[in-house]
Design a protein around this ligand. Structure first.
Ligand code: HEM
Ligand SMILES: *[C@@H]1O[C@H](CO)[C@@H](O)[C@H](O)[C@H]1NC(C)=O
Ligand SMILES: *[C@@H]1O[C@H](CO)[C@@H](O)[C@H](O)[C@H]1NC(C)=O
Ligand SMILES: *[C@@H]1O[C@H](CO)[C@@H](O)[C@H](O)[C@H]1NC(C)=O
Ligand SMILES: *[C@@H]1O[C@H](CO)[C@@H](O)[C@H](O)[C@H]1NC(C)=O
Length: 509
């Protein structure tokens, strides 16, 4: 018998045990380093929600079991303090509950909270680095100043004819299916993609004509929450910036972005050649580029301009189409409200002979209904900022460290009975002339607030109101057997999106 064999028999288990011990120690050290952060809020004296192992307070969201908005609301409701500390993975994040403090962050001391806490990697993802939504500091400031003139009411007025054309297509589609149950989300999505293709890319997408419109397919890919890779990427941009670097993630789908850049590029060339003026976003961006002077701080190039158009696409499509869908849904289950609104729409149409810009803005009840929809279904259920420097809250004396993520719990504020009594009830009267002054400032934030609010607000509101006016004038929207009441939200989406389709019956009147 070989001596060594005997030794090996004894040594192997010992060796294995040693490996296990080493591995164990290593894991313990990693665990310690990872969870060291979990004492952060306690050490700052900030009330906090107890984190759970690796995932912090977002375990159920990461597992796809709970919508992020409901989780934030759950934590918001558990506390009564001006703010609550939470952990996303092991990163501290401050949920601000107090409207006064929100005012400081969003408006008064905006210069200390300019940026969103969102990953940025110009090498991997040059497009999102040059969009308003993701860009930072001086780049953002220069860009915002440049792009603001694109969204004035004068410019919206010029774009209205393009919107009305799309609204006619929408109405034709609904008319063809009169009496049937239709899936409203798909339908309004076609309308939104039509409008943005028309206004931001200068092309007819023909979503209502062709079953498989190419641009609709591409647009669906851009921010597709049904795709695991896309959901994971978007989630990482907001909450796990390290993954963005490690996996070289892009915010929007790369193939789709490149496709859209090419479309934009081609259109731009055509316009220059044929001297076409459409007063759409492309023309406006082009003017901005041509008007650039030598000493401008920020200069557009093809990629940077196309990035804007692509970002209008991703920021404007879901938000507007979902808001229109939710409005129609609430109108279907509240027929008295629908009838009252239809009366206003018809009277206004008769008075003006058309849905002019003035006519659309004159409809008061439409505005109330629309705001109540945004209150109940804020598409962006939270806003996101970060501190640029150390910052002391006067109200409490607490000093926030530099670069800490801040969450504005829009969805939770909109459902806080202190601000909106009986929050589950759809009640446009909250926004009537008698009642609207009772709304506490900074508790109704569907478009955010301050210098970094939604730049497309006017555009989004106009697009939605035009669709609603066109649809309600001649059609009744009714609950059908397939309509799910109440809605079930898809936990994996960053937006409030209902799980199954949103089915309603549309009947020509
Ligand atoms: C009903 C429709 C819409 C809703 C509810 C909505 C909501 C929002 C919200 C909540 C924000 C964040 C604001 C903040 O952090 O304070 C935002 C930002 C933004 N939205 Fe919208 N939006 C809508 C439509 C649009 C449209 C149609 C466009 C473009 C054509 C657009 C472009 C943008 C951009 C570019 C930003 C980033 C602004 C910046 O960081 O400077 N949005 N939107
Ligand atoms: C447009 O909205 C639909 C859902 O309504 C979504 O699937 C699609 O990804 C969106 N496209 C963009 C570009 O955001
Ligand atoms: C856009 O067109 C220009 C020429 O007009 C070209 O130099 C540029 O590479 C194009 N960009 C993309 C992304 O296709
Ligand atoms: C830029 O130039 C266009 C003509 O190319 C002009 O109509 C417009 O008023 C100028 N200014 C701005 C801010 O667009
Ligand atoms: C609806 O909300 C917007 C802000 O999102 C506000 O400007 C407008 O005055 C509101 N309308 C009513 C009737 O309260």
């Amino acid at each position: 018998m070989n001596v060594f064999e005997g030794e090996r028999i004894i040594l192997l288990p010992v060796f294995n045990v040693m490996i296990l011990v080493y591995l164990g120690c290593l894991l313990l050290i990693l665990y310690y380093l990872y969870t060291k952060n979990y004492s952060y809020w306690e050490s700052k004296g900030v009330p906090f929600e107890k984190p759970f192992f690796l995932f912090g307070n977002f375990a159920k969201i990461i597992a796809g079991k709970q919508h992020i908005s409901f989780r934030i609301r759950e934590i918001y409701n558990k506390f009564n303090t001006p703010y609550v500390g939470i952990y996303i993975f092991n990163q501290p994040n401050l949920i601000v509950r107090s409207p006064e403090i929100l005012k400081r962050i969003l408006v008064k001391d905006f210069d200390k909270f300019v940026n969103r806490k969102i990953a940025l990697n110009e090498d991997v993802d040059p497009i999102s680095a040059h969009t308003l939504f993701s860009s930072q500091d001086q780049t953002w400031k220069n860009l915002r100043v440049k792009i603001s003139p694109v969204f004035t009411s004068g410019k919206m007025k010029l774009m209205l004819p393009l919107m009305k054309e799309c609204a006619s297509n929408l109405v034709n589609y609904v008319e063809k299916h009169s009496g049937e149950v239709i899936e409203i989300r798909e339908t309004t999505k076609k309308y939104a993609v039509d409008i943005i293709s028309s206004c931001a890319f200068g092309i007819n997408s023909d979503c209502f004509k062709e079953e498989n419109s190419e641009i609709l397919t591409v647009a669906t890919r851009l921010l597709d929450f049904n795709s695991f890779v896309r959901s994971f990427s978007i989630f990482s941009f907001f909450f796990a910036p390290k993954f963005v670097d490690i996996f070289r993630l892009t915010f929007a789908d790369k193939f789709a972005s490149n496709y859209l850049i090419n479309v934009f590029n081609t259109t731009m060339k055509e316009r220059k050649k044929q001297k076409i003026v459409r007063h759409d976003l492309i023309d406006l961006l082009n003017n901005l580029k041509q008007n650039e002077t030598f000493n401008d701080n920020y200069k557009f190039d093809d990629i940077k301009m196309a990035s804007q158009a692509v970002s209008f696409f991703s920021a404007g499509n879901d938000t507007t189409s979902m808001t229109i869908s939710f409005t129609l849904y609430e109108l279907a289950i509240n027929p008295e409200i629908q009838n009252r609104l239809r009366q206003e729409v018809r009277e206004t149409f008769e008075k003006h002979g058309d849905f002019t810009y003035e006519a659309v803005n004159e409809m008061k009840y439409l505005d109330m209904v629309f705001n109540e929809t945004l209150r109940k279904y804020p598409l962006t259920t939270f806003l996101n900022r970060k501190s640029a420097t150390k910052y002391t809250f006067e109200e409490t004396g607490f000093t926030l460290d530099e670069d800490v993520a801040i969450t504005v719990p829009v969805g939770a504020l909109h459902y806080d009975p202190k601000y909106f009594p009986d929050p589950e009830k759809f009640d446009p009267e909250r926004f009537s002339d008698e009642n609207k002054h009772k709304i506490v400032p900074y508790t109704f934030l569907p478009f955010g607030d301050g210098p970094r609010n939604c730049i497309g607000q006017r555009f989004g509101v106009l697009v939605s109101k035009v669709a609603l006016a066109y649809c309600l004038k001649d059609f009744a929207f009714e609950k059908a057997a397939a309509t799910s009441v109440p809605l079930q939200f898809e936990p994996r989406s960053l937006f409030m999106v209902n799980k199954k389709g949103l089915y309603l019956r549309a009947v020509k009147l």
